[in-house]
Design a protein around this ligand. Sequence first.
Ligand SMILES: C[S@@+](CC[C@H](N)C(=O)[O-])C[C@H]1O[C@@H](n2cnc3c(N)ncnc32)[C@H](O)[C@@H]1O
Length: 212
Amino acid sequence: MTPTVDFSGLQITYDERVLEPRRWTADQSRWAAELMSLAPPGPVLELCCGAGHIGLLATALTAADTRRHLVAVDLNPAAVTLSTANAAAAGLDDWVEVRGGDMSEVLSDREVFSVIIADPPWVATEQTTRYPEDPLLAIDGGPDGLAVARLCARVMQEHLHRDGVAVLQLGDLDQVDALDLTAYCLEVTEVRAGERGVLASLRRLGPDARPA
Ligand SMILES: C[S@@+](CC[C@H](N)C(=O)[O-])C[C@H]1O[C@@H](n2cnc3c(N)ncnc32)[C@H](O)[C@@H]1O
């Protein structure tokens, strides 16, 4: 039988092709939902959605009158199938569009998002053997663990609303520093420790603070 996890009230189906939903990541959903209630009008983008639970819970938590459309993206076709099914099971399919492919290729130039949620793989390639139960695509962040996080930062630079906000999940504070978000015209506004990672809220740097 396909495994299902209760993710703060949402029934999320997953399988061995994606990362098993980690319960603590509901903190990212809750934080995103808070920010969604304050952000300028516009849709939400979720990068690296896996089984879809983080963005789906954030969407479910926002009241029907403030609910925003969610575009959820993942490179793994299995993640697309599972996220689509999980959105339908949660009764949120009218609010959610799942796109399959590399995040650098599935957005049109003109798309702008008020809130961006991102949960990239962040394990350095040589460390991935420590997690044999996890699919490589879900955890392998390249030589320094930040290759996909850099893609996320680039997407945020290009698609985050001028007054929008992003919530990025990484392994630890050192990774947040190493990502050098100012190079993407972004700044960290708050970092929260999670059970097995950190969450950072980001916004655009003001025009005066942007690198030349
Ligand atoms: C750490 S997992 C997170 C999945 C999910 N958010 C969760 O909590 O289980 C990272 C996800 O990023 C996806 N991914 C990796 N590279 C990607 C890329 N270039 N574009 C889009 N998705 C990518 C993987 O397929 C995987 O589902």
